[in-house]
Write a protein that binds this ligand. Sequence first.
Ligand SMILES: O=P(O)(O)OC[C@H]1O[C@H](O)[C@H](O)[C@@H](O)[C@@H]1O
Length: 518
Amino acid sequence: MVLPPELIAHAARLGAVRLRDLMAADRDRADALLISHAGIEFDCSKQRLDGASITALVAHLEDAGFGARREALLTGAIVNESEHRPALHMAYRHGATLEGADVTHLVDRTQAETRAFAQQVRTGQFKPAGKAVARIINIGIGGSDLGPRLVADALADHAEAGPDLRFVASLDPSELARTVAGADPETLLFVIASKSFSTQETLMTAQAARDWMAGQVGLEQAGRHFAAASAARDKAITFGINPDHIFDFPDWVGGRYSVWSAVGLSLEIGLGPDVFAALRDGAQSMDKHFATAPLARNLPVMKALVDFWNRAVLGYPSRCVAAYSARLGLLPGYLQQLEMESLGKSVTADGLPSGMPGGALVWGGCGTEVQHSFFQWLHQGSDATPVDFIGIGRHFASSDPRERVLAANMAAQGAALLDGVQLPPGNDPAGAAQKSMPGGRVSSILLLDDLTPATLGALLALHEHKVFVESVLYGINPFDQWGVELGKVLTKGILDGELSGYDASTRAMLARTGFVPE
Ligand SMILES: O=P(O)(O)OC[C@H]1O[C@H](O)[C@H](O)[C@@H](O)[C@@H]1O
């Protein structure tokens, strides 16, 4: 892929204009660059973009074959070429037009099964050791952790009364110890979430959990405290999970898109099936919008075009996500996997260099806390970086002053990045220079009417689709992740003590630390 000369020309034209002047030149800009759907408003009026450049971006997307590619995605064609699979996670929210009844049947069956099991656990009908479950511990990593963990935290205030929900992803033994601390072992349910059921960290932690349970309730009883969500039912059975408590899903649900599938089991139990269903409904609404809205008024498409513009045309290497809601504190981490595992590539499906940079580095944190840490760098550092502000619209008119102040801070940060300040030198030129801020720094706002299961679902689906659109612009497959494999292979070599092929630095470190192979 190459950038069309029109986009480069627009970048040069817009780069020569002060951002404030660009805004002042068009009185309708704030409305024109605002797109809303499913309780989410996307405001990109503080971006270095105008109508002509957006028209050129849309044309470029069409030229890149977006129409056919989106059709392929939504109808279950093979869009994950290197793994020969469709990517039909939308089926779990009934947001894709599926070919054949099989897929719908499969989705409906699993959803009925997980809902029924969740109800049994929540009502105390399911008693692994004669007592109702009081705590669920999700053991998983990557997509089997980040999505469920984010949703659990984001919707904690919406949870219907039910068991407590915890997560373990780390191999560090202290994590598992922490999640079981204070619990009555007889009231625990471990949900092993692993698409492949072969991820080393997850299996080792699951084994440690089972050993711990065996020590508490006896070997025979321990197995009753385990359920699984996996695309590899046979492996879960081999591990020893009761087949009745294994909830499967097909391999065409990618790990980082799997929260909607049986991987959401711990959420369905912990938050309640209706909350989980509302999350899916919100995502489905975004799916429909993505499938049908005109490109220039299509929220995921426009978000993708803005992010592509900043990354590939203007050349910003990263994007900061600042969530002005404590409940969305895990969003940057979730987006890191979704975006960087999907777009961190530079080879096309045909195996050729894409000629494009691939997706941006994503990083961020929670406002206002981050204003007291890295925002200094955003305001006065030498690397201007686009920021996504994620806020809650209700806060602006809240009766709680803390929420109003939170919202006002978010608005102020976007304005400060845009405006900057130039202090007159006066009789302290050095001080004035140090206190001045360049401004002209771009940002977007994603404003949720309120944080609800439906708006959260829509927000996650928005980002999933945005990533897909970007993948078309970068000419890459967003659904595989071969880059994570080599590390797994080399870990095995180290554990096996087969070090002859390793570099001198690694071998020296292992020797120095007295590492003992298995
Ligand atoms: O769900 P699992 O099969 O255990 O996989 C967990 C994670 O590990 C892999 O290495 C991938 O990089 C992730 O995309 C995946 O989500």
